[in-house]
Design a protein around this ligand. Structure first.
Ligand SMILES: C[S@@+](CC[C@H](N)C(=O)[O-])C[C@H]1O[C@@H](n2cnc3c(N)ncnc32)[C@H](O)[C@@H]1O
Length: 347
């Protein structure tokens, strides 16, 4: 088949087919007499894959890698691309919301220039917060031994005391129907998400660590895993009936936590539920008291471990939920482990 016919079959142009040929992604045979390209059905299949991948924004280089290596799982690239697009989309939404606020300024506002400057500074700060998180703990490296490690107790400080109780309580508190969607953020190896799978619930597990997601997939193939992070969840608005998270939120600093709650609220439906089991203190005074007690006991191991992470101030998270019209309940397992359960919307 000649190039024009191939282009027609694929709903593209001869020019773009030549472009992919120049890039070395396809190499149709050429007729020795007239030098015309002859496209086979196989060439067409390859071309239609190229066109589909370009349409969703995958780079020429990555397409080359996918095509050159039949072992490569194309879905892995699709997943990466989806995450990148969600990040862009969320950034665009922030920008559009800022424009809306700028446009809402009254015409006679004497401080217009200052006010839009403030809004743009806020936008800049949000962009930077969403991008700045780094994995200081190397969760990729922890993935293989994670399930074993949570069973081992530190010598003088056991963060995993009540781990199973807490996960059971989250699974028992969030009530969903078969076929509902539950998002588990920072899913790790799937210990919380799998408790929902057993009840016929569709579980989407998000994690920033690819190795954790791989481990989760090996253990629970029915969990849909997506790479992503607390501050740019790879889900559409109002997509999930439930959002849960265990032992993950304390890896992001306090100023990012409220943005993380905002993200959870974005993806959960009205009347949907958010449930977080994590390391936190009741409030700033409680933190001081617990740290003081550890120091008095000479337990530096505990004080250092707490310093290395961002245990939340529970009262701050609860205030946020109350201000955003959630109904909130809390539970305390021990000095440092708490659960917050919040239902979206007024009763
Ligand atoms: C201590 S593990 C907890 C795993 C699991 N939820 C559990 O209860 O066993 C923390 C998990 O949170 C993930 N995580 C940490 N910070 C994150 C972030 N900002 N966005 C997404 N995942 C994050 C880590 O990659 C890791 O898999």
């Amino acid at each position: 088949m000649h190039i024009k016919e191939a282009a027609k079959r694929l709903n593209t142009t001869a020019r773009s087919i030549r472009f992919y040929e120049e890039k070395g992604l396809i190499s149709p045979t050429k007729d020795s007499e007239n030098d015309y390209r002859a496209f086979t059905e196989n060439d067409l299949m390859r071309l239609s894959t190229i066109l589909a991948l370009r349409e969703i924004g995958i780079s020429i280089e990555n397409i080359r890698k996918i095509l050159e290596n039949p072992e490569i799982d194309i879905k892995q690239y699709l997943n990466i691309q989806r995450t990148a697009l969600f990040e862009k989309w969320i950034e665009m939404k922030d920008m559009i919301e800022t424009i809306d606020k700028m446009l809402e300024q009254p015409d006679d506002n004497e401080h217009f220039a200052e006010d839009i400057q403030k809004l743009s500074q806020h936008l800049k700060a949000m962009k930077s917060i969403r991008k700045s998180w780094k994995d200081r703990w190397n969760f990729d490296k922890q993935a293989a031994g994670y399930d074993q490690n949570i069973k081992m107790h530190g010598y003088r400080f056991n963060v995993h005391q009540d781990y199973d109780n807490a996960l059971d309580m989250v699974a028992g508190t969030v009530s969903m129907q078969t076929g509902d969607t539950c998002l588990d953020i920072g899913i790790g190896t799937g210990n919380l998400g799998s408790r929902f799978l057993d009840k016929g619930i569709n579980v989407i597990g998000v994690d920033q660590s690819e190795e954790m997601l791989k481990r989760c997939q090996e253990k629970h193939p029915s969990i849909e895993t997506r790479k992503g992070h607390f501050l740019a969840l790879p889900l559409m608005d109002n997509q999930a009936e439930g959002v849960v998270s265990s032992y993950a939120l304390h890896h992001i600093p306090d100023n990012e936590k409220l943005l993380a709650l905002q993200e959870m609220s974005r993806v959960v439906k009205d009347n949907g539920q958010i449930c977080i089991a994590d390391l936190m203190f009741l409030d700033a005074n409680h933190k001081k008291q617990v740290l003081k007690n550890f120091l008095v006991e000479g337990n530096l191991e505990a004080a250092d471990a707490i310093d290395d992470e961002y245990y939340a101030d529970r009262s701050m998270l609860v205030d946020w939920f109350n201000q955003h019209k959630f109904r909130v309940e809390t539970h305390q397992f021990n000095d440092i482990l708490h659960m917050i359960y919040a239902v979206k919307g007024e009763r």
